[in-house]
Design a protein around this ligand. Structure first.
Ligand SMILES: O=C(O)CCC(=O)C(=O)O
Length: 324
């Protein structure tokens, strides 16, 4: 399952590569069931408090949250935000741990960063709901969200659609080769509240990447990417998972309480609020997080402690507009 030389060359020169069939149906079934269980629980609570009339239980995974959104967009957004989480990575059940440590994925990762693999702190479940601009993610590089001293390190993003990602439902777009520019200037308060690189600051040549469920898009942390409105009746469910080598700064073996405003940012992990975790360490196997329980406890410890993260100081988009 390792990436071929041609795939690795494409990743280095273009900043991305897509590999189909990394997850088969059986390996995606548990996370889909777990997501459905969260929807069940949260929808029942919303119904109990009068914020949702219908649970839409009869709908399949692909359309359930969309049907809830048709009843109440706010209810669907609230359910989505439980899965996405604020700081802390949201859902951290055993099914997510299985997705993060899926051996075929790790073989591909090893061919990009070597055998010592750290699960980078940021992973997300994303439901892109139909026909709402709220679900759009503007152009950005993942490094825009990390601390500045991490721009020089490789952190691999793996974007995994749990349903087929198409032009119609809001597949990802990338700009091949644009990662070689280095970091672009991001602006805070962009579309949907996300960081944003204005499209006019980026080179032309964006391409959409339609992908079957279970394929993986591998991107560098400097690869500009975006996704736009879902114009179907279903939800475009996806995961984004990240990995780095031990050369890149991490908070492995650090107490979350050691992240304070007094600490020098250059000594910090790339994204301090959430826990990084050792997935594979042939040199020191005792450091590996081997069980879903260990993973859950580590993530929870960070979430409860709320480690400090300094601002990267990006200007607000509205200020740029006012200055023009
Ligand atoms: O899922 C999306 O539409 C956007 C994902 C993304 O921006 C990311 O994985 O960094």
């Amino acid at each position: 399952m390792s990436l071929t030389k041609q795939e690795r060359d494409q990743f280095q020169s273009e900043g991305y590569v897509v590999r189909a069939g990394v997850y088969d149906e059986a390996s995606m079934a548990p996370i889909r069931r777990a997501i459905t269980a969260v929807i069940d629980r949260e929808a029942a609570q919303l119904q109990a408090t009068g914020r949702l009339d219908r649970l839409c239980r009869e709908a399949p995974f692909e359309t359930r949250l969309a049907e809830i959104a048709a009843v109440s967009l706010d209810a669907a957004a609230a359910i989505g935000s439980v899965l996405v989480g604020k700081m802390g990575g949201g859902f951290r059940g055993p099914e997510m741990f299985a997705m993060l440590t899926h051996p075929p994925l790790l073989s591909c990762i090893e061919s990009l960063i070597g055998p010592e693999i750290i699960g980078s702190s940021v992973y997300r479940i994303r439901p892109k709901l139909p026909n709402t601009a709220r679900g759009e993610v503007p152009w950005h590089q993942d490094s825009g969200y990390f601390l500045k001293h991490c721009d020089q390190f490789m952190i691999v993003t793996c974007w995994v659609p749990l349903v087929d990602a198409t032009l119609a439902n809001g597949c990802l777009y990338v700009i091949p080769g644009a990662h070689r520019h280095g970091i672009y200037r991001h602006y805070s308060g962009g579309h949907g509240g996300f960081l944003e690189i204005p499209a006019e600051d980026l080179p032309a040549g964006a391409i959409p990447l339609e992908m079957p469920a279970g394929a993986v898009l591998f991107m560098t942390n400097l690869t500009p990417h975006a996704s736009f409105t879902n114009r179907t009746a279903g939800v475009r469910w996806s995961l984004d998972l990240r990995y780095q080598s031990p050369d890149a700064p991490s908070n492995v073996d650090e107490a979350p309480e050691s992240y304070t405003p007094e600490r020098d940012p250059v000594t910090m992990a790339c994204f301090p609020p959430e826990a990084d975790f050792v997935i594979r360490s042939p040199s020191n196997p005792g450091r590996e997080v081997r069980t879903a329980e260990q993973f859950h406890a580590l993530r929870e410890r960070y979430e409860l402690a709320q480690p400090y993260m300094p601002s990267r100081g990006w200007t607000r988009l509205a200020e740029r507009a006012a200055a023009r």
